[in-house]
Design a protein around this ligand. Structure first.
Ligand SMILES: Nc1ncnc2c1ncn2[C@@H]1O[C@H](COP(=O)(O)OP(=O)(O)OP(=O)(O)O)[C@@H](O)[C@H]1O
Ligand SMILES: [Mg+2]
Length: 246
């Protein structure tokens, strides 16, 4: 099924006696934003990390565009087209926007850093995200939290991924900064990428996602069309007031 970008089936991850994920399924299509919601410890980050190659599933399968994948590392996932922004931001305050976007993956030409090409590409990524960051030579310390998050997302575009995984990208942002990041997510979808958005904010999720997948105690506990989902129904699935019959 090549039209399905990512297909996860029966994902189970045990940490000793802790069942972080139990038999979880997930599909992501091209040009689709799928939100994963759930209470603390529901298994959201664990699923994201498995998809990103950071954790290996205890059992279960993953397919990317119909090809079975079993990533041994984040760089393997990245090479296959899966890029991730994690809950904990890892950016260098004293470096400029371009350097942060290419950190650890600098472009070289004849053994020298190709500054010009990196700045050009950085600009292109920012434009693709409809970012208002004026210059790629601005130091990170001079940017707002929302603009920094935009740099983190732009960073994932290096290497033209197919799927982007965002683990709580708006967690520490103000209302307007959140709106800014959500519009970046829409821009990604508009270029045909698949996006997995993990969030605690049902308002954000309903604003930007196409589909909402609920995890509870590591298991699927509901799937909603974001445009039609009633707030109370999603909430009930999160808190366990409604249980998915399987
Ligand atoms: N590396 C690890 N070692 C041991 N247990 C872990 C590890 N990572 C996650 N867990 C456990 O797995 C469960 C799911 O954690 P996970 O981080 O996936 O939850 P989450 O849904 O992302 O929660 P939050 O909303 O708080 O970010 C928790 O009980 C957590 O303590
Ligand atoms: Mg988490």
């Amino acid at each position: 099924m090549k039209d399905i970008l990512l297909r996860v089936r029966g994902a189970t991850k045990l940490f000793g006696a802790v069942q972080a994920l139990v038999d979880a399924d997930l599909d992501v299509h091209h040009g689709e934003v799928v939100a994963i919601v759930g209470d603390n410890a529901a298994g959201k980050s664990t699923l994201a990390r498995a998809i990103a190659g950071i954790y290996r599933l205890t059992s279960g399968t993953m397919e990317l565009e119909g090809t079975p994948v079993d990533f041994a590392s984040a760089s393997e996932a990245l090479n296959a087209g899966v890029a991730t922004v994690f809950q904990e931001l890892a950016l260098a305050e004293n470096l400029d926007v371009t350097s942060n976007i290419f950190l650890g993956r600098e472009l070289k030409s004849l053994g020298l850093l190709d500054e010009r090409q990196m700045h050009e590409l950085a600009r292109e990524y920012l434009d693709r995200l409809n970012s208002r960051i004026p210059s790629t030579t601005t130091r990170l310390s001079e940017l707002s939290a929302g603009q920094r998050q935009c740099v983190s997302i732009a960073r994932t575009l290096v290497g033209n991924p197919k799927l982007i995984v965002l683990d709580e990208p708006t967690a520490s942002l103000s209302v307007s900064q959140t709106a800014e990041v959500l519009s970046h997510i829409q821009s990604l979808r508009d270029t045909g990428m698949g996006v997995i958005l993990i969030s605690h904010s049902l308002t954000d999720v309903r604003a930007v996602a196409d589909r909402i997948e609920v995890l509870r105690h590591g298991r699927n506990n509901g799937s909603f069309n974001a445009a039609h989902a009633a707030y109370e129904d999603v909430l009930a699935a999160i808190t366990g007031a409604t249980r998915l019959e399987r």
